[in-house]
Design a binder for this molecule. Structure first.
Ligand code: KIV
Length: 273
């Protein structure tokens, strides 16, 4: 595990992501929902920051992604945008803001772009929301698709298990991926599907695929920052690699602070005016 020698100055655009796929350069993406974390990720050289609706779980403590609102996503997007100089910032359209009709979908996407200043939106689903995606694209808003496990549909699936193991679902996923490419999406997330299927989709579409729990054959990878940094210790799926154990680091630091306050050691004579 080392620092990748990436181009740390040139702004990442949707066009650049396609060029990266063409060159065979893998795309790195992590979630962020606030200014301070986004600044760290951007300065570390991450290619894309996803202001995911996983903020519903991670930031607000909800069990699913369904409760988060458009206003809350805009708040998170705006905070992230203030910090980021290089990475491409993509904001999730939350549940209930695009499924009704394409006009509503466009209005939601326009609010995200206008109020958060983000550079693209991500939207879950395939053929069933084609019209909504097309309408957003006609307004000049870049769209990233999201296929496979789509957490906003958890109440339909009833489980967070791997999707598209059966042939019929895999065929639909391939058709949806080609449709997203055909109508003009700049990329797509493939979540929790068999590695072989994700690799096949990645070979068969010209736009970048970003995998999470989808193996190494995709054009890039995304993880939820709080999971990969070990801030959230309660979530340990097979696909997750932990790069730090920040919960332990924070617990120890907070314990030391409490002890110093209680003993009167903090603040000392150099830590006062
Ligand atoms: O909301 C999110 O964090 C996501 C990623 C898991 C892809 O959609």
């Amino acid at each position: 595990m080392s620092t990748y020698n990436t181009d740390n100055t040139r702004k990442v655009t949707t066009r650049r992501l396609v060029e990266m796929k063409q060159r065979g350069e893998k795309i790195s993406m992590l979630t962020a929902y606030d200014f301070s974390s986004a600044k760290i990720l951007d300065e570390a050289g991450i290619d894309c920051i996803l202001v995911g609706d996983s903020a519903s779980n991670v930031m607000a403590g909800n069990v699913t992604t369904l409760p988060i609102t458009l206003d809350q996503m805009i708040y998170h997007g705006k905070s992230v945008m203030k910090a980021v100089r290089r990475a491409l910032v993509i904001v999730d359209l939350p549940f209930g803001t695009y499924q009704g009709n394409s006009k509503e979908a466009l209005a939601s996407a326009v609010r995200i772009m206008k109020e958060s200043h983000a550079e693209a939106v991500k939207i879950e689903g395939g053929a069933e929301i084609r019209e909504s995606i097309e309408r957003i694209l006609t307004a000049g808003i870049p769209v990233m698709g999201h296929l496979g496990l789509t957490p906003q549909s958890i109440n339909k699936f009833g489980t967070y298990a791997v999707r598209a193991r059966e042939e019929a679902e895999a065929e639909k996923l391939i058709a949806d991926a080609k449709m997203l490419e055909e109508i003009g999406c700049f990329g797509m997330v493939l979540e929790k599907i068999p590695a072989e299927l994700a690799a096949r989709v990645s070979r068969e579409v010209s736009i970048p695929t970003i995998g999470i729990g989808a193996g190494g054959g995709t054009d890039g990878q995304v993880l939820v920052m709080h999971d990969m940094l070990g801030i959230n210790k309660d979530f340990s799926p097979r696909f997750l690699r932990r790069y730090a154990n920040l919960a332990d680091v924070m617990t120890e630091a907070v314990g030391n602070y409490i002890a110093d306050v209680k003993s009167g050691d903090f603040p000392n004579s150099t830590e006062q005016y």
